[in-house]
Design a protein around this ligand. Structure first.
Ligand code: GLA
Length: 386
């Protein structure tokens, strides 16, 4: 059992005087397939060995007492008076309670303490870990009977409606469906998925954290989503079969290019190409062709930088430096963009040179201390037996 879990368990018992249910809810990485989830496309995420931990216990009234251990902050609310709070963090919790109740879940009040080691706003989906982790914990605690995909969907809607980010479903599904040593090849239209093994590959996954707080990201993210929707509406004028960019082909895009707004065209082209790259990446992983996979990662980065325009100079500098290191298969920005982390696929023998090169890049080009995380692919959200 790790120290964080021990500390949380101990503090919960000291504060509330009772034995909690303990839940682990991981962060996620995404190998490839960025900004495709809300376009009903494909993604290739995995849950990792960084997580938020929850301690929860039922109360006999309709009040909820929250303690955010890492922030040393607390908050209380009633089950029937859910209002977004200017304090920010309680909204992730209240948003989930709101969704569970709207879906017919019969809740009681509860005490909840949580804390973890997922870096915040670094593109590892810490907010999805809070939302899906809490939905999972309350589902267990009150025996609500929701399935994992219902939990993921409610967690996403909590973010959409209570936090105000129009995110897709990738982070929440990766959180609940994660399996050790496997990527999740997920079709965001049908929500069908299969697991793609990673453990037998000669590669380590290293994240480089720009440490840029992603202030722009919520508004720009929502804007990108609207631009994709505009692309869909454009094609709906000519094709009744188009419901999302998933239904648009490269041929259709090229035929109508001249009539399209050039920015919308670029956004659509990126999404279509990225979907193809995900399919290619799955084949590469199954064939053990990491060289080819690495090229796709770099192409994905270039698309995100030049066509979808969600990168930033620090992310570009880190990808550029990484791609020049012998033994680095590929690198790209990961997550929503405008900061957060790059994901790097590195041959184990190349790790020392990679780390040195990246440290120099952080210092010289980003003017920041280096911040690298080596991550392992882990199980999705689950109950911790104490
Ligand atoms: C964020 C969102 C996801 C997804 C990615 C970009 O992580 O929460 O739904 O859209 O950005 O791929």
């Amino acid at each position: 059992m790790n120290d964080l879990v021990e500390k949380l368990h101990h503090r919960f018992r000291k504060t509330f005087g009772e034995e909690p249910l303990m839940v682990r809810s991981p962060g996620r990485i995404n190998l490839i397939g960025e900004h495709t989830d809300y376009n009903e496309g494909f993604v290739l995420p995995a849950a990792v060995d960084k997580a938020i931990y929850f301690a929860v216990a039922p109360r006999s009234d309709h009040h909820c007492h929250l303690v955010a251990m890492d922030l040393e902050a607390s908050f209380q609310f009633g089950l029937s008076d859910l209002e977004p709070s200017p304090r920010g963090w309680p909204n992730y919790i209240m948003g989930v309670v709101d969704q569970l109740q709207k879906a017919g879940g019969r809740l009681w009040g509860f005490n909840c303490m949580f804390g973890g080691d997922i870096p915040i706003a670094a593109g590892l989906a810490s907010s999805a870990a809070i939302e899906a982790g809490l939905a999972f914990a309350l589902n267990e605690l009150f025996q609500l009977g929701f399935s994992l995909s219902e939990i993921a969907r409610m967690a996403m809607q909590a973010e959409n409606e209570f936090v105000g980010v129009q995110c897709g479903i990738m982070d929440q599904l990766a959180n609940v469906y994660g399996r050790a040593d496997r990527f999740i090849h997920l079709d965001c239209r049908s929500l069908d998925f299969d697991y793609v093994p990673f453990s037998d590959q000669p590669a380590e996954i290293v994240l480089c954290d720009t440490q840029i707080s992603r202030e722009l990201s919520a508004s720009e993210y929502n804007l990108r989503r609207r631009q994709c929707e505009e692309g869909v509406r454009f094609f709906q004028q000519f094709f009744t079969t188009v419901h999302s960019l998933r239904d648009v082909t490269l041929d259709m895009l090229e035929s109508y290019r001249q009539r399209m707004d050039p920015v919308i065209y670029q956004r659509c082209l990126y999404v279509l190409q990225e979907n193809d790259r995900v399919m290619g990446a799955v084949r590469d992983l199954r064939n053990g062709d990491l060289e080819s996979l690495g090229i796709r990662l770099l192409e994905s980065h270039m698309g995100l930088r030049d066509m979808f325009e969600v990168s930033c100079p620090s992310l570009d500098a880190l990808v550029e430096a990484a791609s020049r290191v012998e033994g680095v298969y590929g690198a790209r920005m990961m997550g929503a963009g405008f900061g957060g982390c790059t994901i790097n696929l590195v041959h184990p023998d190349a790790l020392p040179v990679f780390q040195q090169t990246m440290s120099d890049t952080f210092q010289k080009r980003l003017k920041k201390p280096p911040l690298l995380y080596r991550v392992k692919i882990e199980e999705g959200t689950s109950v911790i037996s104490m």
